[in-house]
Each structure stands twice: as C-alpha cells, then as structure tokens.
Design a protein around this ligand. Structure first.
Ligand code: HMG
Ligand code: MG
Length: 282
C-alpha cells in the first residue's frame, strides 16, 4: 500500500447520536479529550441539528466550548442548514459537514426535504464557509441501499457526490448508512464514482451491520480512496435509518491494517482506553 490511511473519527457524533439514554455532556467532553490524546487528527464532536430531531446531539455548543483542543487536531460537526452553520461558527468549529442522501425517501425522513432542496439549503453554508475559510465536508447517505427504497444505483450517488464537490466540499464521504454494502456492491459503486471523480476527494463511511466494513475498506483502498470514517467502540447508527448497526470500529480498522499503515501517529493503548471509556459511559 503506497498511501497511508487516514481516519475520520465519528464516534462522538455518529457513535452517540442514536443512543436513547441521555449521556451527560461532561462525559462526552471527557471522551473527546481522551480521543484527542490517541493521535487521531479529525474528531466529529456533534451536530448542530434540531434537538427535536436528534435529542442526543443537544449541547454540541457546550461541547465545543469545553473540550481541550490540541493543535493539529480538527474538531468538526454536522450542519444541516445555515442556522446550524451559524451555531457552528459561534462554537468555533474547525470544519463542518453537510449531509445529503442518494435516496429521496431517506432525505425526507432525515432532513424533512427532497435531495434537491437539501442541496439548495447548503448554498448559504458554502457561501459563508468560503468567507470564513471553514472547510466543508459532504456526506452522501444510502450509497448502497436505503432502508425505505431498497437498492440505490451508483448513478444516483454520483449525481449527489458531484454536486457536493462542485458546490465546494473538499471531500465527500460515502455513507453505507445501513451497512448493507458488500465488496461487490462497493466495487460497483467505486467503479462508477472513480471514473468521474477524483478518488482522493472520496472517503468511505461504512456501517458494519453485515460485518463487511473492513472488506469494504480494502475495496476502497484498491480504488485509491484513503480516508475512512470509523467510530470508537464500533458504535453508531442514524435515528432515521432503522436497522443500521454501528460504524466501522476504529480499533478494528487499526488492527486490520497495522498501526504503520496510518497517517496518524496512533497510540493503540490510548485507543483501547477510549474504547473502554465509551463502553462504560453508554
Ligand atoms: P425542519 O423541522 O424541517 O426545520 O427540520 P425548520 O426549518 O422548519 O425548523 C423547525 C424547528 O427546528 C425550528 O424550531 C427551528 O428553529 C429548528 P421551532 O421554531 O420549532 O422551535 N431548527 C434548528 N434547531 C437547531 N439547529 C438547527 C436547526 N434548524 C432548524 N440547525 C432539520 C429540518 C434539518 C433542522 C431537521 O430535519 C434536522 O435537524 N435533521 C437532522 C437529522 C440528523 O441529524 N440525522 C442524523 C445525521 S445524518 C447521518 O447520521 C448519516 C451519516 O452518518 C452518513 C451515513 O451513515 O450515511 C452522516
Ligand atoms: Mg453514519
């Protein structure tokens, strides 16, 4: 493998957003501080979304105020609209992510509007992010299968991913939201995407419902994708994606490829400690 793998740690956001019991904010802050110490360089700390829609993400603002930031680590958050982006700015977020879907029904269920309308909503974010020099990442959900519509075609994913890149995302993360992707379907998807898009601007976000996430990463690497989202403890799921299990487990990802395959200088004992900690707090 020529290029090193980069990890985008989504545990404090995707890992926790679907957990029903309220997790105290100070526990989340401690978790992020522990993750900061592991050597990971990107940590998605929360979402500036409606608390009525995702109650567990309430208090993201306080999290950003109280975490101990380390130079070289980027602390990021999801922003669904300009209101969320303004809150992210107030909280001095280093980077934001907008999220769209490749399936109409999922888009309606997750953000209460069509795919087209969701992209339209992001225009304001891109404009302001450019002024403020805040990098914007994009997610496309349901890149393989939708919990409501079934199979999703790679062409639909391509359309949304290229839109997000054209609008100004520096990278688009491909969300296998319900973890139904297999090496074959990810291969089919990446063949289409990588023939049109720069693979260096793509990332893999594999939920591990069917225990294929590591195999899917291998397929990604083969196509030149080198950034993968994972969550400490393998937690995760989306409240609007029934059936989704956890994300690719950060520890399993590191174990599968070996510590020297990563661009980060990872301390595996600290990863193990973070894993123990998150298991304890949930
Ligand atoms: P809406 O109800 O259509 O929005 O929700 P609205 O503009 O009509 O506003 C309704 C209320 O929400 C108002 O408050 C707004 O102020 C408030 P009220 O007057 O009723 O008191 N509101 C907000 N509050 C806080 N922050 C905001 C915000 N915007 C409006 N930014 C909305 C539209 C997008 C807000 C809603 O649908 C929402 O918050 N959805 C978020 C869903 C979500 O977070 N899903 C999980 C993340 S995506 C995911 O997990 C997939 C991923 O991991 C990749 C993968 O696995 O595929 C990324
Ligand atoms: Mg996810």
């Amino acid at each position: 493998m020529d290029k090193k793998i980069s990890i985008f740690e989504v545990g404090p956001r995707d890992g926790l957003q679907n957990i029903k019991n309220e997790i105290p904010i100070n526990r989340k802050i401690e978790l992020i501080d522990i993750l900061t110490d592991t050597g990971l360089k990107k940590i998605e700390c929360g979402s500036f979304v409606s608390a009525k829609w995702v109650p567990q993400m309430k208090g993201t603002n306080q999290i950003f105020q109280e975490i101990t930031r380390k130079e070289g680590v980027k602390y990021t958050a999801l922003t669904p609209n300009l209101q969320g982006f303004e809150s992210a700015l107030d909280a001095q977020v280093d980077e934001v992510a907008v999220f769209a879907a490749a399936s109409e029904t999922f888009s309606q269920k997750n953000v209460n509007c069509s795919i087209e309308e969701s992209l339209e909503r992001f225009q304001g974010i891109f404009k302001k992010a450019k002024q403020k020099k805040i990098p914007v990442r994009g997610y496309v959900s349901c890149v393989v299968e939708c919990p409501y519509e079934g199979k999703v075609s790679p062409e639909n994913v391509l359309r949304v991913a290229s839109n997000l890149l054209d609008m100004g995302c520096y990278e688009v993360s491909l969300g296998d939201t319900i973890g139904q992707g297999t090496p074959k379907t990810i291969e089919d998807l990446l063949k289409v995407l990588c023939s049109e898009l720069n693979q260096e601007k793509l990332a893999g976000h594999f939920h591990d419902t069917s225990d294929t996430a590591i195999k899917n990463v291998e397929v990604g690497l083969k196509h030149g994708v080198s950034t993968f989202d994972s969550a400490i403890g393998g937690l995760g799921g989306c409240p609007y994606a029934p059936g989704a299990k956890g994300n690719l487990n950060t520890h399993s990802l590191i174990r599968a490829f070996g510590i020297n395959s990563f661009s980060e200088n990872i301390d595996i004992d600290k990863i193990k400690f973070a894993e123990k900690y998150i298991n304890k707090i949930i």
